[in-house]
Design a protein around this ligand. Structure first.
Ligand code: SF4
Length: 268
């Protein structure tokens, strides 16, 4: 016998999935579950936004979380590694925790997002045919090429409605959602501490979110993996400070003089 369909909206709290959810509800589309995977690493304004969405739609959002939090996994968790001997040789001790994520080792995506989400959906699949709504904007069609976004049970309403990222943001603004200005700073909003974010976004974090930057520095001081290939968090702060000084003096920050001064500052 065919299972009954169950309609799940993948909700990150960002502009695209917020616009998708609001428009689906406005059009009277069936939504059985609004699913948010909480990494614990969202900007505080994002958590406020999620509460505002719940109030606006007068519905509960289902929140799933990993059993162990990011800080424990990154800094403390004992991990069996194949390269145990090399790491001990390199660092002089056996590193604890996964450390910062890297381009080839996004352990946190797996542990904090994919696994809790899958665990939740696996249970539902026993009873239902899950139809999942994913907030890919029309100008992100390239992401559709990724296998994970091509599953038969996935739907992409924003692409069907030809809503671009800018349209989604405007749609949310028109309904009174502002994220307290997060999208005035960032084009995309994700985990505030992600080492894979651009220097531009890290510069904004340093300048406008000092409390989060202090936490970033605290974690960086405690972990064994480099934050970025060329920079620790402290070195990044030194770079951003130097940039400010150069800009104040009307000097460019993309030439040899700047990078020589930076080298000196970092080694000093
Ligand atoms: S956005 Fe960055 S920090 Fe967050 S889960 Fe993905 S890789 Fe990890």
């Amino acid at each position: 016998m065919d299972k009954q369909e169950y309609h799940v909206v993948s909700f990150s709290g960002g502009k695209d999935s917020t616009a998708m959810l609001l428009k689906m509800l406005e059009l009277g589309m069936k939504v059985d579950c609004i699913l948010f995977c909480d990494t614990g690493l969202e900007f505080p304004d994002m958590y406020t936004h999620i509460e505002q969405v719940e109030k606006h739609i007068n519905r509960k959002i289902t929140i799933v979380k990993a059993k162990e939090d990011y800080e424990y996994l990154m800094l403390e968790k004992p991990i069996k590694r194949k390269q145990e001997a090399q790491l001990t040789l390199r660092y002089g001790f056996q590193p604890k925790g996964y450390g910062w994520a890297g381009p080839k080792m996004r352990w946190c995506t797996e542990k904090l997002k994919s696994q809790p989400r899958e665990r939740f959906l696996r249970e539902l699949r026993k009873e239902y045919d899950i139809i999942e709504y994913v907030g890919l904007a029309a100008d992100e069609g390239y992401r559709l090429k990724r296998l994970v976004n091509q599953r038969e049970n996935h739907r992409h309403p924003l692409i069907d409605w030809e809503m671009t990222e800018a349209d989604c943001l405007q749609f949310c603004y028109e309904r009174g959602f502002t994220w307290n200005g997060l999208y005035k700073y960032f084009d995309r909003v994700s985990c505030w501490c992600c080492p894979l974010q651009s220097l531009t976004d890290l510069r904004i974090l340093y300048k406008h979110f000092p409390d989060l930057w202090a936490k970033l520095k605290e974690w960086d001081d405690k972990t064994w993996r480099d934050f970025k290939t060329d920079y620790s968090v402290a070195k990044l702060a030194a770079r951003f400070d130097l940039e400010e000084e150069f800009i104040r003096d009307g000097r460019p920050i993309n030439n040899r003089v700047f990078f020589d001064a930076l080298k000196e500052r970092m080694n000093g």
